[in-house]
Ligand binder design. Structure first.
Ligand SMILES: Cc1cc2nc3c(=O)[nH]c(=O)nc-3n(C[C@H](O)[C@H](O)[C@H](O)COP(=O)(O)OP(=O)(O)OC[C@H]3O[C@@H](n4cnc5c(N)ncnc54)[C@H](O)[C@@H]3O)c2cc1C
Length: 204
């Protein structure tokens, strides 16, 4: 189920709480796995209970507390469990207000994020008390480019594909950003994106 559809279904039923989620791409499963969040909201704050399949060990129910949610983290990232369904605690609200809030947040997203180019969203986690994009900009890396992979001019927390970027170019640019931010500002940036495939180990 796409997260945007869940948010839209909640709005149609006059249930508030998922407004922040309507513009986050991906599925409900991916959002719970990553504890996706935006504009002060996080999916983990709304989950009450989930059904999971544990490969080799069968089905089980887990409560929010058992899912160990933290910033862009959930227990699913270590356990390998597969989310089958999820329950959310939402509050009754006014449909028009909920829709207006969603429209406002989606407008902000469109104004600030380079959605006109392909990307994987925010590349780096927010370091404590800072914003990754601000540090990257401060390090002079806005617009930096390796091949067709580029630190977005519109939002330095995004790496966009200007045409034919390869995974290798994106990963090389991530490394360059990490290195220069560390050298110039003394901050170690951690990736929010997860690298899968042949370069996976380099990410650890
Ligand atoms: C333009 C853009 C903007 C974005 N903005 C935000 C934002 O504001 N906030 C934010 O938090 N993220 C944001 N993201 C990141 C992304 O949308 C989230 O990480 C999303 O939740 C991933 O969901 P997915 O379905 O695409 O998962 P995938 O990328 O397919 O998978 C992610 C991980 O979840 C696991 N997974 C997926 N489904 C299940 C399941 N049912 N059970 C167990 N594990 C599962 C996969 O195995 C994988 O390891 C953005 C991305 C883009 C491209």
């Amino acid at each position: 189920v796409p997260l945007s559809r869940l948010a839209e279904t909640a709005a149609a039923a006059s249930l508030a709480g998922l407004e922040f989620a309507s513009g986050i791409p991906g599925s409900v499963g991916g959002a719970v796995f990553m504890n996706a969040g935006a504009y002060g909201g996080e999916i983990g704050q709304l989950v009450t209970e989930v059904s999971l399949y544990r490969p080799g060990a069968g089905f089980c129910r887990r409560t929010r507390e058992e899912l160990d949610f933290a910033y862009r983290r959930s227990r699913l990232q270590e356990s390998g469990e597969i989310l089958l369904d999820a329950q959310f605690l939402l509050v009754p609200g006014e449909k028009a207000k909920i829709r207006a809030e969603m429209a406002e947040l989606n407008k902000r997203r469109k104004d600030k994020q380079p959605l006109e180019f392909p990307s994987a969203g925010s590349v780096f986690k927010r370091p404590p008390g800072e914003y990754a994009a601000r540090l990257i900009e401060k390090a002079g890396l806005k617009g930096a480019r390796i091949g067709d992979a580029q630190v977005a001019e519109k939002h330095a927390g995004f790496i966009i594909n200007r045409g034919q970027a390869t995974a290798r170019e994106v990963l090389a640019l991530i490394d360059r950003v990490k290195e220069e931010v560390h050298q110039k500002l003394g901050v170690i940036l951690e990736t929010e994106v997860r690298v899968v495939g042949e370069d996976e180990e380099e990410d650890e």
